[in-house]
Design a protein around this ligand. Structure first.
Ligand SMILES: Nc1ncnc2c1ncn2[C@@H]1O[C@H](COP(=O)(O)OP(=O)(O)OP(=O)(O)O)[C@@H](O)[C@H]1O
Ligand SMILES: [Mg+2]
Length: 259
């Protein structure tokens, strides 16, 4: 059961981009809390601002305005200005982890990088950490010297999760983390995330357009539409009794056709 403590508090967050014709307001006045230990799913159609919100949370894009708090303390908008102790608390898994790895780096090296950045362990401890991370995500130690392209899609996503977990984050943001995988592999990765979330007491922000995934994982659901968070609430309420017409429309579209 999720506790009521807000690990993450987002208030009046706005993110805009200079488009070719006009300004694009990708995230508009978004406010919400993520409670410690909960799974918060963020759903919404393509272009609704989900990834931009995620990238603002990890400090990869600069918000135009608004505040982000961790445990009640405001944190800098840009990752570069966040102290290491803050940065390590938020991890992110991308849709295409493979594309984010240096293709020349072995699995071991890919996991070593974040451990070196944290700079808080002796070499022998780092090797032990790598072994533990591989074990945590169900990858055999025998894969440690492989290159990313020598792994299957599912193995690469497991590696992406291991890399995100290297800093022992409290908050893990998954942006369409299973969307690029075959359905059977999706289920395995979802099981893994579910298990890791419980075991590590992670707060999970799970971004997806797949409502099946949402039903399986989410404690609460937030719905984005044109940059706004139009609705947020307990998963059963959003799925069975949505307040907002946009959410109702989306759920109707996702429902299997009547017999
Ligand atoms: N770096 C950028 N520069 C300009 N516009 C951007 C940039 N990143 C995103 N956008 C625009 O911001 C809006 C929101 O995009 P975003 O990628 O956040 O949506 P999304 O909900 O993640 O969509 P999807 O489901 O397709 O991943 C879109 O109109 C997009 O074109
Ligand atoms: Mg996206």
């Amino acid at each position: 059961m999720a506790s009521r403590d807000a690990l993450l508090s987002v208030r009046s967050l706005n993110v805009s981009f200079a488009g070719a014709q006009a300004r694009i307001d990708a995230v508009r006045d978004v406010s919400f809390d993520a409670h410690s230990g909960e799974v918060l799913a963020i759903i919404g159609e393509s272009g609704s601002g989900k990834s931009t919100l995620a990238r603002a949370l990890i400090g990869m894009v600069q918000p135009t305005s608004g505040t982000i708090r961790l445990d009640g303390a405001a944190i800098a908008a840009s990752a570069r200005r966040r102290p290491r102790a803050v940065r390590r608390r938020i991890g992110m898994v991308f849709q295409d982890s493979g594309g984010a790895f240096d293709p020349r780096f072995s699995v071991r090296r890919i996991l070593l990088e974040p451990l070196l950045l944290l700079g808080d362990a002796a070499p022998a401890e780092r090797e032990a950490s790598i072994e533990r991370l591989l074990d945590d995500v169900g990858l055999s130690l025998s894969l440690a010297d492989r290159l990313p392209h020598e792994l299957s899609g599912g193995q690469r996503q497991r590696l992406g999760i291991a890399r995100a977990l290297a800093s022992s984050p409290d908050l893990l943001i998954c942006d369409e983390a299973v969307s690029a995988l075959d359905v059977s592999v999706q289920a395995q990765i979802l099981n893994l995330l579910d298990e890791l979330q419980t075991r590590r007491r992670l707060t999970l922000i799970f971004i997806t357009h797949d409502l099946g995934v949402v039903e399986y994982l989410a404690d609460r659901i937030g719905v984005m539409h044109r940059g706004r968070l139009v609705e947020i609430g307990p998963a059963p309420q959003i799925l069975n009794d949505p307040r907002h017409s946009y959410t109702r429309g989306m759920l109707t579209l996702a429902a299997p056709p009547a017999e």
